[in-house]
Design a protein around this ligand. Structure first.
Ligand code: KIV
Ligand code: NA
Length: 278
């Protein structure tokens, strides 16, 4: 497979070819995602929740994002890797935003950054794009603002919200974003935005009419996250159960001395052993 590019993603929208996006935060997961043919791997700041154990993405740092991006990009040859700019790293001066996004590209080796927000961040998006940094935008429920929003609420339920989402999406497209994530947006609004934009929309809890879909790896594979999956998540495996039973079996084996067996061990010649130990 040829490397996925922003041009390829736009072409996929034009051709009506759905775009598969999955998060990854480490080398083995990224390797498996690449192997499975995932188009875009997102090093999401959701790693704060699912890997680092925080209760929101707010505590995640730029250094956290770079560290995980390096692990992911070492495994990837063809998938397009996008890394989230975390909380409070792109709302100061344009210079600071450029420096932070630049570190994601140069140290994390990601191909693009993702930023949450609407028209208010369009000037920053434009500056990054001018500097050669592709930007994926993120509208709807924006988890970095969770303390301001006050909860994981569905966005785009009223006419006013629908109009604001459209205005924001248009401003971000105009600023040069190559794609927009729509999180927890009603189906009808997501479908409408998708039809009004020339750049691909990637949905999560935003219905089937987006140009692509994204899920958080740990949610999708049942790995240590919610026992009760969120409504918008489909689970494609139960990695948590496999790990749980494997670990229990290991503990049993060690306690019963049934591991290691002869096949896992190393012996010196019997004669040498005899002469040494009788
Ligand atoms: O951090 C993340 O995983 C994300 C996706 C849910 C879009 O931003
Ligand atoms: Na994110």
């Amino acid at each position: 497979r040829k490397p996925v590019t922003t041009a390829k993603l736009r072409k996929m929208k034009e051709d009506g070819t759905p775009i598969s996006v999955m998060t990854a935060y480490d080398y083995p997961t990224a390797m498996l995602a690449e192997e499975a043919g995932i188009d875009v791997i997102l090093v999401g700041d959701s790693l704060g929740n699912v890997v680092l154990g925080y209760d929101s993405t707010v505590p995640v740092t730029l250094d956290d994002m770079i560290y995980h991006s390096r692990a992911v990009t070492r495994a990837v040859r063809t998938s397009f890797v996008v890394t989230d700019l975390p909380f409070n790293t792109y709302h100061g001066s344009i210079d600071v935003s450029l420096r932070n996004a630049g570190r994601i590209m140069q140290e994390g080796l990601a191909k693009a950054v993702k930023m949450e927000g609407g028209a208010e961040i369009a000037p920053t998006v434009e500056a990054l794009v001018q500097a050669g940094i592709p930007v994926m935008a993120h509208l709807g429920l924006t988890p970095q603002s969770i303390h301001q929003i006050g909860g994981y609420k569905i966005q785009g339920k009223t006419a006013a919200q629908a109009q604001k989402l459209l205005d924001d999406a248009k401003a971000l497209e105009q600023a040069g974003a190559f794609s927009i994530v729509l999180e927890l947006v009603t189906d009808q609004v997501a479908a409408h935005l998708t039809s009004k934009l020339s750049i691909p929309t990637i949905g999560i809890g935003a219905g089937k009419d987006c140009d692509g879909q994204v899920l958080v790896f740990h949610d999708a594979l049942g790995y240590g996250s919610d026992i009760h999956p969120k409504r918008f998540v489909k689970t494609y495996g139960n990695v948590g159960d496999m790990i749980r039973s494997g670990l229990r079996q290991y503990v049993d084996d060690v306690k019963q001395r049934s591991f290691p067996g002869p096949e896992h061990s190393f012996r010196m010649d019997d004669e040498v052993a005899e002469s040494l130990y009788g």
